[in-house]
Ligand binder design. Structure first.
Ligand code: AMP
Length: 184
């Protein structure tokens, strides 16, 4: 299964993608995690990406698309994968579909007031540089402008499945499993 996890920052994509990865034994590919690793390691990509990530802006698509093209050519993706945080704009979605079609896009729909509470909590626990109030606001604006149009894009391709993301982590997970078991 080639899956995409869609949703706003803090909607629970990472948590749910990790669970799906484990249950279906497919790699969890998070562009945010890969970028943060590169920033920490001080690679060329990390140096280029840092200022965008710190401000909560999107890293230029050509960098991210290249990164994903490379990652998705690895052997461990042969039986499927779950993408978390990519694509994040129509430009990226078009670039992806030019080299690979997806099976299911799961959109986690979470209210912004719940998201703000979760991100506040995460800021304390994980200490992520981009989980401060100003950057969070920008990330939600970027999501609304750049990423939200993907809901329509994948809906038109008839592969979008929406799941309510406001409840309990385990209930959300069971709803995603239902969607995926129906697909299979
Ligand atoms: P995330 O962990 O998914 O919230 O991503 C953290 C940050 O990494 C984002 O705010 C962006 O700066 C950057 N990033 C992650 N994925 C992408 C992407 N697909 N395109 C551009 N920038 C990205």
């Amino acid at each position: 299964m080639k899956l995409i996890m869609l949703g706003a920052p803090g909607a629970g994509k990472g948590t749910q993608a990790a669970g799906i990865s484990k249950k279906y034994n497919i790699p969890h590919i998070s562009t945010g995690d890969i970028l943060r690793e590169n920033i920490k390691a001080g690679t060329k990509l990390g140096i280029e990406a840092k200022e965008y990530c710190d401000k909560g802006n999107l890293v230029p698509s050509e960098l991210v698309v290249e990164l994903m093209r490379d990652r998705l050519s690895k052997d461990d993706t042969k039986n499927g994968f779950i993408l978390d945080g990519f694509p994040r704009s129509l430009e990226q979605a078009n670039a992806l579909s030019a080299f690979m079609e997806m099976d299911v896009v799961i959109d986690i729909e979470t209210d912004f007031d719940i998201i703000l509470k979760r991100l506040e909590k995460r800021a304390k626990i994980e200490g992520r540089a981009d989980d401060n109030p100003e950057t969070i606001k920008n990330r939600l604006d970027v999501y609304t402008q750049e990423t939200q149009p993907l809901i329509n894009y994948y809906s038109e391709k008839q592969i979008l499945r929406s799941v309510d993301g406001n409840g309990d982590v385990e209930d959300i997970f069971q709803n995603i499993v239902k969607v995926l078991d129906d697909y299979r």
